[in-house]
Design a protein around this ligand. Structure first.
Ligand code: SF4
Length: 739
């Protein structure tokens, strides 16, 4: 019965979100902590080093960790405030049970666990193993990601496991595997500083990966030229040499056109193309009709700008291309990625100093979380669950019969569709808030309400957890030891600073006990996180994401280790492919044709405006943590609709007018933020809020055919001025995501 047990206002009153502030003098013990613990920020994939102050088993503040080489102590607003998530009044301190008409009431672990396991067994006995699904998150450590992949296949025995990296990195992963046979940024960020040209596509670096901005500025100080591709004049674009304001959905047309210009002008590295790549001819055949007129029409960028960008990129001696969700959240996300990689390969600028290509992972462990087997089609070491040899190897590591290993399951949104159809009846989730982060979320809510049983492992009662039957009180980042892998491929250590408060438990212990109660306890005997990591190392051995040579000690001695690291005496690999041997079957990098195709929903007379979505600097993903931190909420309290003055004029819209935005999925009202920093045909809404403030009520649930990522970045909408202004009450309560 996955329905709200009481009115949402009552749940908000009891469980928040409430805003927490530190007293002016600092939290208790901030001036005389018991210890400083070196660890990493819990939010984005850059994983900045930070030292947490601990007093009386509570986080009391932080100090910069200036020795950590990536960020040298720098932090963004989220990192500075991350300590406030600990010790928060909304924190779930014991297991909770849904009671109709009452809400969520504390229960004991025995009851919560036995109810969970009996419901799993009932559903699987009645409807089959795959009728119970699992959704996981990529803010979890490598150890938890690995253990969850094993738990779903060995203990739950379900094929239907997927993760919220499905909303994040899967298009990049799909493109990387096609081109290189390996899914990781090619260089450490250190190479950025000396690149002659940096091209950034669909990545609002200053707001969503803020500390990386420092590397771009250093490169600028060294004379680098900067090209920014984005429908908005994002902060970095304001100082770029070229800003290409691409129409959402036009990315592969742009990169295809740039490739054609490179070919026409012979700005190519023939030696590299001839000797170290395949597929060049088919790829340039696919773009032979992309002349400048065609490109201007399909990208919304002037032909002069496109040519200048191609020339700047084509003639460079060293270069770095970075991209993120702006080009990946599309039904052609993989095509967009390979169209970027094609211009890197045509230039031959990869596998050498200051020449590279990087996908900036969004979530805390967006890189490691996509390697260790909690994707629906994946086994550890980035192995393929449909490959007989890969299945055999992992079955041996796990001590199971290969025929008992489930096959490929449904991706995250496909799971929601299967719940809606009545095929999946029960679900366990951890660290995933699909009611905010999935598109077309009215459909997601309907699906959740159809579940016969939903159990959630979480630290706060998220918008999705409000629909759970049982909530298992889990752990925060600082409450469990482990490792994560940063966006540059560096495996770093998360150190346990404190133990979980009250009756909350470490996530790993919860998973292990569930496995034991499901009869697989002998496969989940890990006294420490390091024991899990040591099994992960063996499981990854021989895979493309090979961690075998990485140990906790080696990580701590070296400020992290870059994978692949195949042997204990190997130092790790900050820069990939210096030998120009790629991980593809023929050892070459592969060009891949990326023929332009339109977005799944283009604007028309009825829905004339393009809606695109994204993030703001003070919030992180679904906001489950950051919408509880007062200073972060106050920095950007409610989602605003960014609209260009010319488009606003057409509708008679003035700043802070409430605008009804309607798509084929639903409608919602947002105050207008009239700005010149957005295309005239496009509006932008950030997506961190829920309820009536949710941008994902409007977005479309069309998926990329390969990566299954939803098309968050393009849909068609209508705008209507309601005649009302945004109110103070609305602004002050948006963070709660109520009705
Ligand atoms: S959110 Fe990202 S950039 Fe900001 S401090 Fe954390 S890891 Fe660093």
């Amino acid at each position: 019965m996955a329905k709200l047990p009481v009115h949402v206002d009552k749940l908000i009153e009891e469980f928040g979100p409430h805003k927490a502030y530190a007293p002016k003098s600092g939290l208790h013990g901030s001036n005389e902590p018991d210890k400083l613990v070196k660890t990493h920020c819990c939010y984005c994939g850059l994983q900045c080093g930070i030292q947490l102050k601990v007093k009386d088993n509570k986080i009391a503040g932080f100090e910069p960790w200036e020795d950590f080489p990536y960020n040298e102590g720098r932090l963004c607003p989220k990192g500075v405030m991350r300590y406030m998530q600990n010790n928060h009044p909304d924190r779930i301190m014991s297991p909770l049970q849904r009671v109709e008409g009452k809400g969520f009431v504390p229960t004991n672990w025995e009851n919560a666990m036995s109810k969970t396991v009996s419901e799993i067994k009932r559903i699987q006995d009645t409807y089959g193993k795959d009728a119970f699904a699992m959704l996981s998150g990529v803010s979890l450590t490598n150890e938890k990601s690995y253990m969850i992949g094993k738990f779903a296949r060995v203990a739950l025995k379900t094929a239907n496991l997927d993760y919220n990296g499905r909303l994040c990195m899967v298009s990049a992963g799909g493109g990387n595997k096609k081109a290189f046979g390996l899914d990781r940024s090619s260089n450490s960020w250190a190479d950025l500083k000396h690149a002659e040209v940096i091209l950034i596509a669909g990545a609002n670096v200053s707001e969503t990966f803020p500390t990386l901005t420092h590397y771009i500025w250093q490169a600028r100080d060294n004379g680098a030229k900067l090209i920014v591709v984005d429908p908005r004049v994002i902060p970095l674009a304001r100082t770029a040499d070229l800003h290409l304001p691409v129409r959402p959905g036009g990315d592969s047309a742009l990169f295809g056109a740039i490739l054609k210009i490179m070919v026409d002008n012979d700005w190519l590295d023939h030696d590299f193309i001839d000797n170290h790549t395949s597929g060049f001819q088919e790829t340039i055949d696919a773009v032979k009709e992309y002349d400048l007129d065609w490109a201007e029409e399909h990208t919304g960028i002037s032909k002069e700008l496109i040519y200048q960008a191609a020339e700047m990129w084509g003639k460079a001696n060293t270069s770095f291309l970075l991209h993120a969700r702006g080009i990946e959240h599309h039904t052609k996300g993989v095509d967009n990625v390979i169209s970027c990689i094609n211009i890197v390969l045509a230039s031959g600028r990869i596998g050498r100093p200051y020449c590279g290509y990087g996908t900036i992972t969004g979530q805390g462990n967006g890189q490691g979380g996509r390697e260790h087997g909690h994707k629906c089609d994946q086994l550890p070491g980035n192995r393929d669950i449909t490959n007989p040899e890969h299945r055999k190897y992992i079955s041996e590591v796990w001590g199971i019969d290969e025929k008992d290993m489930p096959g490929k399951g449904l991706s995250a949104y496909e799971q929601i569709e299967a719940i809606h159809r009545g095929e999946i009846k029960g679900m366990i989730s951890i660290c995933f808030n699909p009611l905010i982060s999935l598109p077309n979320n009215s459909f997601v809510r309907e699906a959740l309400e159809k579940l016969e049983f939903y159990v959630c492992i979480d630290t706060f009662l998220s918008e999705t957890a409000r629909y759970s039957d049982i909530l298992l009180a889990g752990s925060l980042h600082e409450e469990e030891e482990g490792t994560v892998t940063t966006a540059e491929g560096r495996v770093v250590k998360i150190n346990e600073a404190i133990t979980p408060p009250g009756k909350a438990r470490r996530d790993g212990e919860i998973i292990m006990e569930l496995a034991d109660r499901l009869g697989a306890g002998d496969k989940f005997s890990f006294p420490t996180s390091e024991d899990i990591f040591n099994e992960l190392r063996v499981a990854s051995k021989g895979g493309t994401a090979d961690y075998y040579g990485i140990t906790y000690k080696k990580i701590e001695d070296n400020y992290g280790v870059f994978w692949p690291c195949k042997t204990l005496d190997h130092p790790g690999t900050p820069r990939l492919w210096e030998d120009l041997k790629f991980e593809t079957p023929d050892g070459k990098a592969h060009f891949n044709p990326a023929k332009y195709r339109p977005a799944s929903e283009m604007p028309n007379k009825e829905y004339p405006v393009v809606l695109t979505t994204g993030r703001v600097v003070s919030q992180y993903l679904s906001g489950s943590s950051t919408r509880r931190i007062g200073k972060l909420v106050d920095q950007y309290p409610e989602p605003l609709l960014e609209i260009h003055p010319k488009l606003a004029f057409q509708y008679g819209i003035e700043d802070r007018d409430l605008i009804k935005v309607k798509t084929r999925r639903g409608e919602a009202e947002f105050p207008a933020h009239v700005v010149e920093t957005i295309r005239e045909d496009t509006v932008f809404i950030p997506y961190h809020w829920g309820g009536k403030y949710s941008a994902n009520q409007l977005t479309i649930d069309s998926l990329d055919p390969i990566s299954k990522i939803p098309e968050f970045k393009v849909c068609a909408c209508q705008l209507e001025k309601t005649g009302k202004k945004g109110s103070q009450e609305r602004t002050e309560t948006a963070y709660q995501s109520g009705l």
